[in-house]
Design a protein around this ligand. Sequence first.
Ligand SMILES: Nc1nc2c(ncn2[C@@H]2O[C@H](COP(=O)(O)OP(=O)(O)OP(=O)(O)O)[C@@H](O)[C@H]2O)c(=O)[nH]1
Length: 359
Amino acid sequence: MPRNSDLFSAEHEQQRLKALDAYQILDTPEEPAFDEIVEMASLICDAPIAVINFVDRDRQWFKSVKGLCVRETPLDISICAHAILQPDLFIVPDTTQDPRFANNPLVTGEPHLRFYAGALLKSNDGYPLGTLCVLDYQPRELTERQCFALQALANQVMAHMELIRTHREQAGLIRELEETRLELSKLATTDQLTGLLNRRAFEHRLDQELALIQRDNHPASFIMIDLDHFKTINDTLGHQAGDKVLARFANLCREVFRQADVIGRWGGEEFVVMLPSSSVEEARHAAERLHKRLATTPMLEDTSSPLYITVSLGICLLAGSSTFNDCLYKADNLLYQAKEQGRDRTVYEQPGTFSSTSS
Ligand SMILES: Nc1nc2c(ncn2[C@@H]2O[C@H](COP(=O)(O)OP(=O)(O)OP(=O)(O)O)[C@@H](O)[C@H]2O)c(=O)[nH]1
C-alpha cells in the first residue's frame, strides 16, 4: 500500500503505472458496462460531462466518456492528474478561480470547463489509476449524496475491472492447464529416446486399426524389426552410442515408411510398424527400401570408421479375424526365423507358409 509521502516519488509513479498496466485496460474498446456507469454519474450529479479516465505516462485516456468528443488528452493539461494525487474526492468548484487551472487551455478555450469533481479509481493494492469524474460549464458544488454516489460508482468501475482481470487470469490458467495436459499426454504416448509411439500407444493405435479392418475389411500389414547384433554396439562403443543409433534408426524409419504408416518402439532395439490398407507384398517393398537405406546410411559417423547396421524383420497380415496377440505372435516367429537364417533379411507371411528374402 503506498504511503502519502510516496505519492510524488518517481518510484511510486513507476509502481502506479505497473498497477495500471496489469489491468490491460488502456486502448481497449468502449464497453456498455463502463458507459452505463458514466451515464449514471452524469445523471446523479446532473453534469453534462462524465468520464472514466486513466492517467497514463504522458496522456490521460478515457475508457468511457459522455459530453466530450475526444478519447485522450495530453497529461500536462489534465485535471485528473492532480486529482490522483489527492487522497479523497477532488473538487474544483470554479476552475477560473484556481491558480492551478485558471490558465488551462481546456478552461480558457473550448470546452471552457468551469467545474470538476473526480472520485479516485484505486487498484486493489491502493494505487490511484485515474478517476471517475464529472465536469460542468459553470461553477458549482456537489451535494453530500452526490459525492457519496460518485465515489460508489468509481468503486463499481474498479470492481468491474477486477472481475475482467480475474477472468483473463483464469482464461490464462485454463490455457496453461490445457498445454500441460497435451504435453503430458504426449509424454505418456511417446518414447523419449526416439520420439516414436511407445509400446502402449502403439497397441492402442493397432486396436483402433483392427476395429476399422473388421468394419471395412481392408487388411493392414504388421512389421516387427530387430536391430542385428545391437549388443555389440553397446559393448564396443558404449550405451550412449547405442542410444544414438536407436534415435538415428528411428529417423530413418520415418523417412522410409509412409506418412500414414504407424511406427512405434516396442522396447530395447525392437521396433514395430503398421501399414494401414497394405498387403504383405507392399510391406515387403517398404522392408526392402529399409534394408537398402541401411546399407548406404551410416548410423554413426563420429567413430573411427562409419557404423552401418543391419536389421531383421518379420512381416504378417493384420486381418479382421486377427487379434493383436495373434499378430504379435506371428510377427515374432517370422522375425525369429529371419535371425535364424542369418539376419539382415525379411521373413514374411504367405498364405499357409512363411517366405524369406535376404537383403
Ligand atoms: N543403448 C541402448 N541399448 C539398449 C536399449 N534397450 C536395450 N538395449 C540393449 O540392446 C541389446 C540387445 O541385445 P540382444 O537382445 O542380445 O540382441 P542383439 O545384440 O541385437 O542380437 P540379435 O538381436 O540376436 O541380432 C542389449 O545389450 C540391451 O542392453 C536402449 O534404450 N539403449
